[in-house]
Design a protein around this ligand. Structure first.
Ligand SMILES: Nc1ncnc2c1ncn2[C@@H]1O[C@H](COP(=O)(O)OP(=O)(O)OP(=O)(O)O)[C@@H](O)[C@H]1O
Length: 256
């Protein structure tokens, strides 16, 4: 069986630091997979390697049977991999709607220039309508239609996190990567977010997330990959990971 995402012997070195070393892993279509590990374990670097933001030092990444290592982030995104970032990348002086439409624009074949200046032509109008449709659809999915016209800067932090997810959803991805979606959220917001991610997954989206909130990870993920010092040390169900000796050792003394 071909896995939706296939990571083979992937490595990334930054000077003397082996951020990711010889990691082999996969994600099946329709799975909800967690990626955990102590601080500096290489989780964000692995996400960057998958999504094209960081070039590999070794190994290959394939998506839907196609090698994607070496592609730019835009090329990877157009194939259906969409992501959010650990540090929010929201444009504060743009409206919520415009922030989200950036995702829709990025996913459509023609560049942003055509979207902005192609309005005089039918193709440009069709494209603008499609961008608008996808943007509203994503805002609806995260429950932010009522603040579409607000400046992103005016949203509370929790809503800005959903805004970033909406931008990723506006690309209509096949595979969604979430980097620490619960960071900075309180307990109630984290519970709501967990329910939201479960709902997205229930609608058929394949999801991989990095998260330090173990209740969230253990509560919603079907399978968990564990990194420590750039190496994969475990891959299993939440129950198996909870009692895995190597995982317990990696976390020993780490204040989570
Ligand atoms: N651009 C970079 N330049 C140099 N070193 C880097 C770079 N990116 C990551 N590293 C190093 O690679 C290692 C892995 O970092 P990474 O951010 O991937 O870990 P992480 O598991 O996501 O950590 P955290 O949970 O703290 O976010 C760390 O030692 C980090 O300092």
């Amino acid at each position: 069986m071909t896995h939706l995402l296939e990571i083979r012997n992937v490595s990334r070195r930054f000077g003397g630091v082996q951020a990711v070393g010889d990691v082999t892993a996969h994600v099946n279509e329709g799975e909800l997979v967690g990626l955990i590990g102590p601080n500096g374990a290489g989780k964000t670097t692995l996400f960057n390697l998958i999504s094209g933001f960081t070039p590999l030092s070794g190994g290959t990444v394939a998506f839907a049977g196609r090698t994607i290592s070496g592609m730019t982030p835009n090329q990877v995104a157009r194939l259906g991999i969409s992501r959010t970032f650990q540090n929010l990348r929201v444009f504060p002086n743009m409206s919520v709607f415009d922030n989200v439409s950036v995702g829709a624009v990025g996913a459509l074949p023609q560049g942003a220039f055509g979207a902005l200046f192609g309005g005089l032509h039918r193709r440009g109008r069709d494209r603008s309508a499609e961008i608008s449709r996808r943007t509203w659809e994503a805002l609806e999915a995260v429950g932010l239609t009522h603040v579409a016209a607000e400046l992103a800067a005016n949203l509370p932090y929790g809503q800005r996190k959903y805004l970033e997810i909406a931008r990723a959803l506006a690309m209509r991805p096949r595979f969604l990567i979430l980097d620490e979606p619960a960071a900075g959220l309180n307990d109630t917001e984290t519970r709501d977010l967990a329910a939201f991610i479960k709902r997205l997954h229930g609608q058929g989206l394949t999801i991989m997330l990095v998260e330090h909130d173990m209740t969230l990870v253990m509560g919603i993920c079907q399978r968990i990959l564990v990194l420590a010092s750039g190496r994969k040390i475990a891959d299993g169900t939440p129950d198996a990971i909870r009692t895995d000796a190597a995982v317990l050792e990696a976390y020993l003394g780490v204040d989570e």
